[in-house]
Write a protein that binds this ligand. Structure first.
Ligand SMILES: Cc1ncc(C[n+]2csc(CCOP(=O)(O)OP(=O)(O)O)c2C)c(N)n1
Ligand SMILES: [Mg+2]
Length: 313
């Protein structure tokens, strides 16, 4: 918490552009085996034969990642823990964007070749898996089983008062006994000898296709639940950099952020249709193929990326 909001338009626009770029990369990884930046009209040959991965959570992850990255860019003791490891396309997009993937994989160059490499190889035989895995830089726990993110955050902060650890928890994930009970760690490990934890509940309303319990609670009820565990609930009421940065600027020793997004936001289907692969028939159905092309084009990726030089500042 820096105690002041970022108000300059340039910084907010930089965050927004990064989110757009990572949203595009998330979609491209899920669907494309060629024509990665749409240099020609999309055809069924450009689509992977087996579509396997998760879209619905990606935009929220990209929003959290971009905003935290900007806010804590000067803090070497800051870390981010991602609960929903099924949102791997988004995590991978951010690791690629920052060159963190390149540090461990020389093929992930920040230009067209690197982009083609990460997209083609996402969820691909002998390529990258569909979930975060120990091959992912910075990942110590295999994605796939929800519930441990908050406990991991408290563990990582134990005995390290210099650390700040933000942790994104899915609203479905918070229904697991492990995640819910980990809120009690605040009472045991929230003291001065340990690092500071910034939980962020990703309230996108759904776990797979069912509404989450927390999304069905009134705002007041959810706030009181969070307060009962000793945190100050701070609602990030929409997915804009302004809303996120203003929330980060709130001066609280025990913040608990609630990031409200629409599951699948920026994509063609929302909520229960968005969890895994929207447009499932894209390989065989011309209408769905056109929808995917429109969806990819909606990010105006050419405005954000140069084939040789990578991302524009
Ligand atoms: C312990 C556990 N139970 C069930 C699952 C199956 N599962 C995979 S994704 C998912 C939904 C997660 O919902 P949420 O945490 O809200 O994530 P998001 O909506 O951001 O995708 C579930 C239940 C799992 N991965 N781990
Ligand atoms: Mg959810």
């Amino acid at each position: 918490m820096n105690g002041m909001g970022i108000t300059d338009i340039e910084t907010l626009s930089k965050i927004q552009r990064r989110v757009r770029a990572c949203d595009y990369l998330s979609v491209a990884q899920l669907y494309l085996k060629d024509n990665f930046i749409l240099e020609r009209p999309l055809t069924t040959d450009d689509i992977k034969p087996r579509l396997l991965g998760h879209w619905g959570t990606c935009h929220g992850i990209n929003v959290a990642y971009a905003n935290l990255k900007e806010n804590f860019k000067n803090d070497p003791n800051f870390s981010f823990i991602l609960g929903p490891g099924h949102g791997f396309p988004a995590l991978q997009a951010n690791l690629f964007y920052d060159g963190d993937l390149l540090k461990v994989d020389e093929k992930a160059t920040i230009n067209y070749d690197g982009l083609a490499y990460i997209c083609k190889n996402f969820s691909w035989p002998d390529g990258f898996p569909s979930h975060a895995s120990p091959f992912t830089p910075g990942v110590i726990t295999e994605g796939g089983e929800l519930g441990y993110a908050l406990a991991n955050a408290y563990g990582a902060a134990l005995g390290h008062p210099e650390k700040t650890i933000a942790v994104l928890i899915g609203d479905g994930e918070l229904e697991t006994a492990t995640a819910l009970d980990s809120l009690n760690l605040k009472n045991i490990l929230g003291g001065r000898n340990n690092g500071k934890i910034l939980p962020i509940l990703h309230l996108n309303g759904y776990k797979i296709s069912a509404p989450t319990i927390y999304a069905r609670k009134s705002e007041r009820e959810l706030n009181e639940l969070i307060r009962g565990f000793g945190f100050d609930p701070i609602l990030i009421y929409k997915d804009t950099p302004e809303a996120f940065q203003n929330a980060l600027a709130v001066n609280s020793k025990a913040p608990f952020f609630i990031l409200k997004t629409e599951k699948g936001a920026t994509g063609p289907n929302r909520y229960h249709m968005a969890h895994q692969i929207p447009l499932k028939k894209v390989k065989t159905d011309e209408t769905e193929l056109k929808s995917l092309e429109d969806w990819l084009k909606s990010y105006n990726f050419a405005e954000l990326f140069d084939k040789e030089k990578g991302f524009y500042e």
